[in-house]
Design a protein around this ligand. Structure first.
Ligand code: PBG
Length: 346
């Protein structure tokens, strides 16, 4: 009953001294008290490079994401930089006739990756160019390492190749090596080789906790790199584990990583937060292909607003502790951020 003498009613009125809604009453106040924000310089844009010239191909399972020949890639990067984006991650598409069991194309001097690096660093010296280091785009079986007759992925043999890939990429101008293979010991191995060869300034962003995920499907379409047999569960992590992610991150840190990466994104925000709590290194997250494509597919059906969902998703990653985000939505979100902020603010 609503009477003055009803004690329950009194305490209810007393609670209304506190009205959190006051801090949400206008857009300007909401902006003022906003705890986390997206900025174009948070993003690392994964870019797919193809051989040839004057060609862009849309990836059918990733609407709005393209493979570029080097000349077109340069134009795209120019556009991304106009939007305030400062970092890219390169993936090369290797024609199937050049894929072999040992991934030898990865070590061929002046291959497509090296040509891309050289051109991009010359045109945009201030851009942070990362390179994904793993064998899967180069092998005919689609695994990230060397495979023996029984289908086992050989850790130590693979390290030698990853190390050589990293040295070559550094020679051609890479700023950051991003090993995505999940072999044991690769960060120490690569770090030592870089240091011994005068590349002390080249950084390592290690995929510290990379899970064996079904969300990588569209990416494997983009590179035609799906494994031809088995799966990646002996090197990528079990989605049921988080302590293992902490251990992997500690090891990579001890081995000399400069930045850590968690992958995929949205389903692993708890991992990001926990890793961020245990390290002083910058920690990023990879909003992967499947996460991007699901949103685009639902948006094409008119079920959700892609830009709003991406913004909310990427913000959740910042809130969970991400210092930087690899995302295919970078361009469109940077575009929406640009309309909010005058260019002089970047
Ligand atoms: C290669 C690599 C993969 C991704 C990034 N680097 C695929 C895989 O491990 O199978 C996935 C990226 C994405 O899905 O967006 N090792």
């Amino acid at each position: 009953m609503l009477t003055e003498n009803n004690p329950k009613q009194k305490s209810f009125i007393a609670d209304l001294t506190y009205r959190p809604r006051r801090n949400r009453k206008s857009e300007s106040i909401r902006q003022l008290v906003q705890e986390h924000r997206l900025h174009p310089s948070d993003f690392v844009v994964p870019l797919f490079v193809i051989e040839g010239s004057d060609c862009t191909q849309e990836i059918s399972s990733m609407p709005g994401v393209y493979r570029y020949t080097i000349d077109c890639l340069t134009k795209q990067i120019d556009h991304l930089m106009e939007l305030g984006i400062r970092a890219v991650d390169l993936f090369t598409v290797v024609p199937s006739e050049r894929k072999t069991a040992d991934g030898a194309e990865a070590l061929r001097r002046n291959n497509l990756l090296h040509q891309s690096l050289q051109t991009i660093k010359k045109a945009f010296p201030e851009l942070c160019v990362m390179v994904d280091v793993a064998l899967d785009p180069y092998t005919n079986h689609g695994h990230d390492g060397i495979v023996d007759q029984n289908g086992n992925i050989l850790n130590d043999e693979t390290l030698v190749i990853l190390m050589t890939m990293s040295l070559l990429a550094s020679e051609y101008g890479a700023d950051v090596i991003a090993p995505s293979d999940m072999m044991d010991g690769r960060v120490a191995y690569i770090r030592q080789a870089l240091d011994q060869n005068g590349f002390t300034d080249v950084s390592i962003c290690s995929y510290a906790a990379k899970y064996a995920s079904a969300f990588y499907g569209p990416f494997r379409d983009a590179l035609e790199s799906a494994p031809k047999f088995g799966d990646k569960k002996t090197y990528q992590m079990n989605p049921g584990n988080i302590l293992e992610a902490l251990r992997e991150s500690s090891l990579d840190e001890a081995e000399g990583a400069d930045m850590l990466l968690i992958k995929p994104g949205l389903s692993y925000l708890d991992v990001l937060t926990k890793v961020k709590e245990q390290t002083e290194l910058p920690v990023g997250i990879y909003h992967v292909s499947g996460e991007y494509s699901m949103v685009m597919a639902a948006a094409e059906k008119g079920w959700i607003d892609a830009d709003k969902v991406f913004e909310e998703t990427l913000l959740s990653m910042k809130r969970a502790g991400a210092d930087f985000i690899f995302t295919y939505a970078a361009e469109r979100i940077a575009q929406t951020l640009c309309t909010l902020l005058p260019k002089s603010r970047y």
